[in-house]
Design a protein around this ligand. Sequence first.
Ligand code: PGA
Length: 249
Amino acid sequence: MIPIKVIILRDYKSLSEKAAALVAGTVRANPAAVLGLATGATPLGLYRELSEMVQKGLVNFSCVTTFNLDEYYPINKGDPQSYYSYMQRYFWGPLGISAARAHILKGDPDDAFKECRCYEQRIRQAGGIDLQILGIGVNGHIGFNEPGEALRAETHLVGLSGETIAANSRFFEKAGDVPRMALTMGLGTIMKARRILLLAAGANKAAAIREAVRGPLTTAVPASLLQAHPRVTVMVDREAARRLIGRGA
Ligand code: PGA
């Protein structure tokens, strides 16, 4: 196995700049790149950096195709808490990506199973994902692939773990408002991406990062399976790297 490349950055700003340089470099090299995208708090700095680069004319995303990792279920795309709304606000809008090139799972499909199957098909038809951006949950999840005895390879409907509901309640008025389910790319969908960039910031991610990068491959830490991927870069700030360096207390 090729060890995961870990880049430790001073702080969240440097992490976001470094990640933006990698994503912009990918798009400059291939203006029609297919990007897999994450939501949540971690990639917001990266998306802000990229928006600024686009505004300054330093890179052009108009031919890029994007696929999001996941979406809550059930949720209407017009709901301000949907990942559709997040993407519109922080990525597709500011980066000038047309609706035809912006893909996300529908949070209120008539048939969730069919929606998942079609999503896999759309990724295949686009030629697969060139660069997948990931965050990581405090419990080691990627996308909404939660720790457990088994993981699913393909896009699927999943119940969210108590830890994830608690972590995501910070974006909602109260924990009771967090949807209990989601549609997510599976581990296989993620592992098929040609390159993966995982971002983590903050001390609350330190344990998950250590397990993901140094721990055994286990479904108890879904991110640990990334060790079997040939081209993963992990960018972390000092806090998230705390248990990777030194004796790792
Ligand atoms: P966060 O979420 O970026 O909001 O911490 C990451 C994740 O749950 O994958």
